[in-house]
Write a protein that binds this ligand. Structure first.
Ligand code: NAD
Length: 351
């Protein structure tokens, strides 16, 4: 049975990834600092499961990571942990440098030292997979797509901190030989997404009858990737990706923000009509644009398709309908995440 050390596994993507991996019989050591974005509620179905060990800790705590590695001897380390919200990075970049850059460096040093101590056969099979973003490539005009060779041009403190961590991962491969893989994914959406990000925020506000804030003219374009597809892509890359390589992961689903918001309104109107019968698109209000807001991101994920045969299974229409249904059926999760009640709870998995 494989054992993987996952960081940030109480967050949105990491949480989805852990739930799937444990269901597939993989043993997961889940290291998460439980910031505002980490929710043990997401993992409640794993309570009592011997294949999941939750550890409350920081990726930058080198001694802690070293002892976890020595004790559990994982076959791979997957780094999802990060400060991840662009708006928060504009208000306070320091936390982003601390976790995404300094923290990732501490993690890499602990992993490198552990990897060096392994027997040759173990060394050969070991992998360090780093989850990064399309935002490191900067912004596109109306045409073109990011490839793995697009030069880095990060525009926000968030993307700059992710770019720095990518460079450290690259350097640890080239300098020390650590067997690394780096993934660049586009905007994820799906179940367990913290309700400050666009899609869950709009769902919640639409249900509450509140104004639906859309930045600028609403024409910024993102490529939307359903989180289940992303988790499968990571598995393919971890298991079959070429060491030292980077892989783009995209959803083939470019949409303007306005299209996304209007789609959510329509789905909610069909499923849960407003009491006054009016369309929820009436709630849309334009607000001042985010400073430095990148206009368009688009991913060329053909390397991943051609080398490893991965393609997204979900269309945007399927994924967004499933997401809206999930939020409608899981309002208790949303309420608990928002009031923070999950944070102080132990669910029998904390080391
Ligand atoms: P998230 O904010 O939902 O979750 C991050 C998790 O990391 C949380 O559980 C948090 O508690 C944990 N964490 C934060 N600092 C930590 C630290 N110092 N030590 C240990 N744990 C810590 O983020 P997400 O949306 O799940 O994103 C996961 C990864 O994917 C991130 O690296 C992010 O940059 C990348 N990414 C996300 C998206 C997206 O659309 N969500 C797109 C591209 C890339």
């Amino acid at each position: 049975m494989a054992t993987w050390l996952v960081t940030g596994g109480a967050g949105f993507i990491g949480g989805n990834f852990v739930l799937r991996a444990v269901a597939d019989g993989i043993r997961i050591i889940n290291l998460d600092a439980l910031t505002y974005a980490g929710n043990l509620d997401t993992l409640s179905s794993l309570a009592g499961n011997a294949n999941h060990l939750f550890v409350h800790g920081d990726i930058g705590d080198r001694a802690r990571v070293a002892s976890l590695l020595a004790e559990h001897r994982p076959d791979a380390v997957l780094n999802f942990a990060a400060e991840s919200h662009v708006d928060r990075s504009i208000d306070g970049p320091g936390a982003f440098i601390q976790t995404n850059v300094v923290g990732t460096l501490g993690l890499l040093e602990a992993v490198r030292d552990h990897w060096r101590s392994l027997r040759e056969t173990e060394k050969h099979g070991f992998r360090f997979l780093h989850v990064s973003t399309d935002e490191v490539y900067g912004s596109l005009g109306d045409t073109g797509k990011f490839t793995e060779t697009t030069p880095y041009a990060p525009n926000s403190p968030y993307s700059a901190s992710k770019a720095a961590s990518d460079h450290l991962v690259r350097a640890f491969h080239h300098t020390y030989g650590l067997p690394t893989l780096t993934t660049h994914c586009s905007n994820n959406y799906g179940p367990y997404h913290f309700p400050e990000k666009l899609i869950p925020l709009i769902i919640q506000r639409a249900l509450a009858g509140e104004p639906l804030p859309v930045y600028g003219d609403g024409r910024n374009v993102r490529d939307w990737l359903f989180v289940a597809d992303h988790c499968e892509a990571i598995r393919s890359i971890l298991e079959r990706g070429r060491i030292g390589e980077t892989y783009n992961v995209g959803g083939n689903a470019e949409r303007q923000n306005m299209e996304v918001v209007e789609t959510i309104c329509r789905l909610l109107d069909e499923r849960r009509p407003r009491h006054d019968g009016k369309p929820r698109s009436n709630q849309i209000t334009f607000v001042a644009d985010r400073p430095g807001h990148d206009r368009r991101y688009a991913m060329d994920a053909s390397k991943l398709r051609d080398e490893l045969g991965w393609e997204p299974r979900y269309t945007f229409e399927q994924g967004i309908a499933e997401t809206v249904d999930w939020y409608l059926g899981n309002q208790e999760w949303v309420a608990r995440v928002l009031d923070g009640s999950y944070r102080l709870e132990r669910i029998g998995m904390t080391a």
